[in-house]
Design a protein around this ligand. Structure first.
Ligand code: ARG
Length: 399
């Protein structure tokens, strides 16, 4: 049997042309693997057929939506994961699940190489290959667009010469990656950070400046995981899909940033992630209600570290695994209801309740019924500020 390479196939220009390039460059048969992570748009069957029409010996579609939501997005939510405080890791989270299926497929077909369509300038090449290295250290990774220095013009020419059934995607000036956690848009006129985004860029969100009546929804969490909307139970994928529609309608989750790529380039990115941003807002509020102060404070640092690791392609790393254990433990009491008001691009928490709340009305109230003994505060502050007092005396003495 001829040697095989498994290509992560999107159905777009680069990976379609990549099938032929890979065959020419490696002499191996190409198996196309399209992983459905909720990118929507085209029918996965059409994508499957296109890979065959472009010369793949076999074309496989995997529906990884539930797995992606449960095993990748829920941990991200528990970590309130935002890279550089802004980016909910949309693409960074999908690479490890796609890589997992590449490795599984390569193993089951006896392929020794996997391939992806990334360029040499981005984070995604690192994420694919670092994930493959961790999951299947004997597999080789190749990236035709990067390794053969292929340009978009060459790809279009190749598609024309070989009569490949690619739709005229050459006109789209943007580089777009999307899945159920959100959508990333780069390049084109956005490459000048002074250029404001235009309404045309967006697909998951409506214009937040158009006035609409607010929607109020209640999200129920159990141990850090959303389990119901307005009292109706759903699995993680359904919750995310519903919130994309509900929060997307109010323009929630539009993000415009200049971001630091791992490889050292700054890049201008426009994201939209309505469900992700609404869920993180709700989850953080519930943590504030149910978590001890020190745990919460310490976790914020862990969250930043976790987000950096995942951004940098280290999903399957020892440190990330250990941080997950810590994060999971913190979620023990993160159960309850958060009411969100959705309007004008914002998801605002307007109500919070939990059976495992640490909020004590009798301690907090300024009305009658107050059980907090205010006289104790005086002595507490004396001792609390003692180091400051002592060092201030020394500082004054040394002037
Ligand atoms: N900058 C983001 C990241 O590194 C988004 C990448 C999107 N990928 C793409 N091919 N447009 O996670």
């Amino acid at each position: 049997m001829a040697e095989r390479v498994v290509l992560a196939y999107s159905g777009g220009l680069d990976t379609s042309v990549g099938i032929g390039w890979l065959k020419d460059a490696t002499g191996k048969e190409v198996v196309a693997l399209a992983v459905d992570v909720g990118q929507g748009g085209e029918d996965m069957d059409d994508i499957r057929q296109r890979a065959l029409d472009c010369g793949a010996v076999e074309s496989i579609v995997v529906d990884a939506k539930e797995e992606f939501a449960a095993d990748y997005l829920m941990p991200a939510l528990k970590a309130n994961a935002l890279y550089q405080k802004r980016y909910p890791l949309v693409s960074a989270l999908s690479r490890p699940v796609i890589a997992r299926h590449l490795a599984l497929t390569a193993k089951s077909l006896g392929a020794d190489t996997v391939a992806h369509g990334c360029t040499g300038k981005g984070n995604d090449q690192v994420r694919f290959e670092a994930a493959i290295a961790a999951l299947a250290p004997n597999l080789k990774s190749v990236a035709p667009v990067r390794d053969l220095a292929l340009t978009r013009d060459k790809a279009i020419l190749y598609a024309e010469e070989h009569n490949l059934p690619i739709r005229q995607s050459a006109k789209n000036p943007y580089s777009i990656d999307k899945n159920v956690w959100g959508r990333a848009v780069e390049t084109g006129f956005l490459e000048d950070p002074w250029n404001a985004p235009i309404e045309d860029l967006y697909e998951y969100t409506q214009n937040p400046d158009v006035l609409r009546d607010a929607d109020e929804i209640t999200i129920t969490f159990e141990r850090g995981i959303p389990v119901a909307i307005d009292g109706v139970s759903y699995g993680p994928l359904q919750i995310i899909q519903q919130l994309n529609a509900l929060a997307g309608k109010h323009g929630v989750g539009r993000i415009d940033v200049v971001e630091d790529r791992l490889i050292g380039i700054k890049s201008r990115e426009v994201y939209e992630a309505p469900a992700a941003m609404a869920l993180i807002a709700a989850h953080e509020a519930l943590e504030s209600l149910t978590m001890e102060r020190d745990v919460n404070r310490y976790k914020r640092g862990v969250e930043a570290e976790w987000s950096n690791l995942v951004y940098d392609g280290l999903w399957y790393s020892g440190l990330k695994r250990s941080l997950d254990v810590f994060i999971d433990d913190t979620q023990r009491y993160v159960s309850g209801d958060i009411r969100l008001k959705l309007q004008g691009g914002r998801a605002v928490v307007t109500g919070q309740q939990s059976k495992t709340s640490l909020y004590d009305f009798d301690l907090a109230t300024y009305d009658t019924g107050d059980t907090f003994d205010q006289s104790l505060s005086k002595g507490f502050i004396e001792i609390w500020s003692l180091p400051s007092k002592i060092s201030a005396r020394r500082d004054a003495a040394s002037l």
